[in-house]
Design a protein around this ligand. Structure first.
Ligand code: ADP
Ligand code: MG
Length: 701
């Protein structure tokens, strides 16, 4: 349905008070394009206009304040580029100096000497004198001052400030648009929702967030606008999911058959309850008639790979092929080894295709996948490159990092039919449930929330560098017992060379401590073949110590390795540390993680070490990670795309409101699944305006 054009969609360059140049700047710096964008650009904080600070009390105040006093004594100082206009500002308790680096005559005219003003600005102490540069001055008798008790301060960039688009100028431009609100902004939510959720009307909220008359008004406005952000995001995700189910037909995996049962019977252990539940969820979803799009999440070591294996066998038992795609060659090789070990005894063939497969290795694989005789193909990105065709691909298991590229290109694998393979995305990083809902609401989610029995929690210790000899002694003892050790060095941002140097220095140190034949290393720069050889040698326990950058981050499975030592652990994020630690603790022996850091640590780095030493629960760690870093930065979560439309709401903090908004969105969708109820029309239009259908579906249909 075509969107009715609204006056608020007018481009900013038509705003007379702004001008073309500054309009361009607003777009390039802040992404603001239309009148509406400016109205939706909210203050990032507020100054209380009822508070006037006496100049005498300026000491120890390091933010914007309001002063009230008389302006006197304009004077020019300096010459040429160093020229400044100065003035004195006095109240009954003292005086400050005012400085302007630009403009002189018009200022003097606009703010005549001898008058009383209210000044807004940040005083700074220079040579014992408080000075305020480019203050905002309002005549003390101006009606503007009575507008609101709280005065919004808007974020601007340096570049904007240089073009005289200061926070206060921007504030004035925005204020000049607010009169459009009553005429052009309409309520978008159905009135029953507003009533139930105690939401103030949208036009009021937009007005009040810019010019609140009280803290209470401001809070009501923020609540309303946050609700909108979270509600529409979740409505979009849920609607996308619903429509996908309707839109994309799926193969039906009706039977649980021979290969599935054979693997089940051949396992030396029984599946955890969580694994069973998740396999059941997948099985039902793959037989519901629509294409599955499911996220499989669980802590490291919770047995996701096994669940993926069962899912693939389900496809095979129903006459379909499946594939598994990993982000790196090492990981692909690892998955290939695991799956071959599990599946060759039951007679299911698995092949591996990566960028370094030779043409000779490639040919039979490509033939087998194209004619349908190869049941399972594991690989890297090579799987979606030209040349790979499947006769009847029923399921693609994908490592999360690939999800976008692959979900979109799933059709490449299809034949000329409309039916896409089922997709199972394995997430290496657990995501707290509340966040998963917001980030992945368009996917179905299966969570393995239980570890196989008998796992001994990994003992984790934090050491400062000056105590590192303790770690060497400890490692020597473990090696004497026959165990093996990983040592990980951080990647150095943006420079493969220094990253390498870091590892190289570490290697020399370890060779010095343990002897050359006891230490091996891998690094991204190493040719894949050499890398594989060294990893294999380690896996066969021919070398006890493996040094690496984060290449072993995910996937490597050497049960005899029981020590994970992480150097410069402060350089890693929490979820990375957790993933790394998950490389040990896979066998029967007690495992250990040693975090080594310099003495001087930032608050957050220290906190990360505390979290790591106090828990091994990935969900708790993800939660803490979220608190420390904010949701947008969480590793393994979806890129900022969908979160970028949240300007007030924070999924990490507004958990309750998020849940509430999600529940309301889900009710609305259940009540009006076809988006046909006329009472909801403004709401559906708003959804379309915020998340245009074309953008949502453009990539996949
Ligand atoms: P994830 O991929 O979730 O990190 P994996 O699938 O690699 O975990 O499993 C970790 C280890 O646990 C593997 O060695 C696997 O064989 C084993 N495992 C998986 N499920 C079970 C189970 N139910 N009982 C015992 N061991 C299990
Ligand atoms: Mg695994």
């Amino acid at each position: 349905m075509p969107q009715q054009r609204n006056y608020l969609d007018t481009p900013l360059r038509y705003l007379p008070t702004l001008g073309e140049k500054r309009a361009t700047l607003l777009e390039s710096e802040l992404g603001l394009r239309t009148y509406r964008d400016l109205i939706y650009y909210f203050p990032f904080r507020y100054v209380d206009r009822t508070v006037i600070t006496p100049i005498r009390e300026l000491r120890n105040i390091h933010r914007e304040v309001q002063l009230k006093g008389y302006l006197t004594d304009y004077r020019q100082e300096g010459v040429g580029r160093k020229q400044r206009l100065k003035a004195t500002f006095k109240d009954a308790t003292g005086q400050v100096e005012l400085v302007w680096f630009k403009g002189s005559d018009w200022l003097k005219k606009r703010y005549p000497e001898g008058k009383c003003y209210v000044l807004l600005g940040q005083p700074r102490l220079y040579n014992g004198i408080y000075s305020v540069s480019h203050p905002e001055l309002t005549p003390a008798d101006s009606p503007d001052l009575a507008v609101g008790a709280l005065y919004g301060v808007y974020n601007t960039t340096e570049k904007m400030k240089r073009a005289r688009l200061t926070p206060s100028v921007l504030g004035k431009i925005i204020a000049s648009l607010l009169h459009l609100i009553p005429t052009y902004v309409e309520e978008t939510l159905p009135s029953e929702i507003c009533a139930q959720q105690h939401l103030i009307p949208l036009p009021d909220a937009l007005q009040q967030i810019h010019v609140p008359r009280s803290t209470k008004e401001l809070q009501a406005a923020i609540h309303r606008l946050k609700f909108d952000e979270l509600f529409y995001l979740q409505l979009m995700l849920l609607q996308t999911k619903l429509e996908r189910h309707k839109r994309f037909e799926g193969y039906r995996f009706e039977h649980v058959g021979f290969t599935f049962n054979s693997l089940y019977d051949s396992l030396p252990f029984s599946l955890t309850q969580a694994q069973k539940r998740v396999i059941r969820e997948i099985r039902l979803d793959c037989n519901a008639g629509h294409q599955m799009n499911r996220l499989l999440q669980g802590d490291v070591g919770s047995g996701k790979t096994l669940v993926a294996a069962f899912s693939m066998l389900l496809a095979i038992d129903n006459g379909y092929q499946s594939c598994l795609m990993a982000p790196t060659e090492i990981l692909a090789a690892q998955h290939y080894a695991t799956l071959s070990r599990l599946l060759s005894p039951i007679g299911v063939e698995v092949a591996l295709l990566t960028g370094s497969s030779t043409p000779k290795e490639r040919r039979p694989i490509l033939e087998g996948s194209a004619d349908g005789t190869l049941p399972i193909l594991v690989g890297t990105h090579a799987l979606i490159e030209e040349g790979v065709r499947f006769a009847h691909l029923g399921l693609a298991v994908i490592d999360e990092q690939h999800r976008f590229g692959v979900a979109q290109r799933a059709k490449l694998w299809g034949k000329a039919t409309d039916v896409l393979p089922h997709i199972l995305i394995m997430s290496a990083t657990p995501i707290p449930r509340t966040l998963a809902m917001t980030l992945y609401g368009d996917l179905d989610i299966s969570t393995i929330d239980e570890l196989p029995p008998g796992r001994k929690p990994i003992v984790t210790k934090h050491l400062y560098e000056d105590g590192i000899s303790l770690a060497y002694d400890f490692i020597r003892d473990r090696i004497a017992e026959g165990r093996q050790v990983y040592v990980v060095f951080p990647m150095i941002e943006g420079s493969e060379a220094s990253d390498y140097a870091n590892l190289e220095t570490g290697y020399k140190r370890f060779v010095y401590m343990f002897g050359e034949r006891n230490v091996t290393w891998v690094h991204g720069k190493l040719p894949p073949k050499d890398k594989q050889e060294r990893m294999d040698a380690f896996a066969r326990n021919e070398v006890p110590i493996l040094l690496s950058t984060t290449v072993i981050e995910v996937g490597v499975d050497v049960p005899n390795a029981t020590v994970m030592m992480i150097e410069n652990a402060d350089r890693f994020g929490l979820s990375q540390l957790h993933q790394l630690r998950g490389r040990v603790g896979r066998g029967d022996n007690q495992s250990y993680c040693i975090l080594v850091t310099p003495q001087a640590l930032s608050y957050t780095a220290k906190r990360r070490m505390e979290v790591m030493t106090s828990t091994t629960d990935g969900f708790v760690i993800a939660e803490e990670d979220m608190k420390l870093r904010g949701a947008g930065d969480i590793e393994g979560t979806r890129q900022s795309g969908d979160l970028s439309k949240l300007s007030l709401a924070k999924p990490t903090e507004d958990v309750l409101l998020m849940r509430l908004a999600g529940a309301v969105a889900s009710d609305v969708l259940a009540a009006d699944p076809e988006a046909k109820n006329p009472l909801y029309a403004p709401m559906w239009q708003e959804l379309e305006r915020l998340y245009p259908r074309e953008e949502r579906w453009g990539n996949i249909s």
